[in-house]
Design a protein around this ligand. Structure first.
Ligand code: G3P
Ligand code: MG
Length: 239
């Protein structure tokens, strides 16, 4: 059984790692999330020029590294020469699963910028299968076409979730996974009733505000994806 679907305890998932306290989507941020008592990590994946899944949010290097230009213009080896903040490097998906996969929950968000499909879903599926971690993983994306392809190629046991925000509200008509990943503003008593009626578990992003976290906890969501796992655990009385 997928570990994300075991039990009713509220899960705290570190968004891009403990990204309030360390450079986002780096091994340091993931290690820190572990030390802060998170149940797992959310991180973003794109393909390098040589089709290796690497962990970075934007389609360009400018905001989070000392490089410039499109991520897809450099090989994984070249990308790993860059500084992703405080001397951290850009991890590959393989490295993250190798280091953190066994005892942790993993939410792999597949990013698609533009329309061209370079096979990211298949490449991600191969890395999950290599590490035999299907039961630890939820794969998510804002793009329902990515999720439809993921459904075809992921190893059995991987959880699937469409990400939804206000501008993507209609897309749930085109894809429904075992998990729903709504922006916190979309979560209401009514939406929770609908999720329960269809057997979906609800993992909400990105929740950093204490009062909002308490509202969602009272509504019975299954996981909170947050930049500040340690603080949220304390504020919700989870320590
Ligand atoms: O997976 C939840 C959240 O990460 C989605 O938005 O832009 O932070 O990847 P973003
Ligand atoms: Mg993300």
């Amino acid at each position: 059984m997928n570990q994300w679907a075991c039990g009713e305890r509220l899960l705290i998932i570190a968004h891009r790692g403990a990204s309030a306290d360390a450079p986002e989507n780096t091994m340091r941020a993931f290690q820190l999330a572990c030390e802060q008592g998170a149940d797992g990590i959310e991180f973003d994946v794109l393909l390098s020029a040589d089709a290796i899944p690497i962990v970075i949010h934007d389609d360009t290097l400018d905001r989070t590294t000392n490089g410039t230009g499109p991520v897809k213009s450099m090989t994984a080896a070249q990308l790993q020469q860059l500084d992703a903040g405080d001397g951290e490097t850009i991890p590959t998906l393989d490295q993250v699963l190798d280091t953190f996969g066994r005892n942790w929950l993993l939410n792999i968000e597949i990013k698609l910028y533009g329309w061209f499909n370079r096979g990211c879903e298949k490449a991600v599926a191969a890395v999950i299968a290599k590490h035999n971690l299907a039961d630890h993983v939820v794969v998510s994306s804002f793009d329902f076409r990515v999720m439809r392809r993921a459904r075809r190629v992921m190893p059995p046991g991987v959880g699937l979730a469409l990400l939804r925000d206000n501008s993507y509200t209609y897309t749930h008509r085109f894809f429904k996974g075992q998990f729903d990943h709504p922006h916190f503003t979309l979560v209401t008593e009514k939406s929770m009733d609908m999720a329960r009626a269809t057997g979906q578990r609800v993992n909400v992003w990105t929740v950093d505000d204490s009062a909002e976290a308490q509202r969602l906890q009272a509504l019975g969501v299954n996981a909170l994806i947050t930049n500040r796992p340690a603080a949220l655990r304390t504020e919700l009385g989870l320590t």
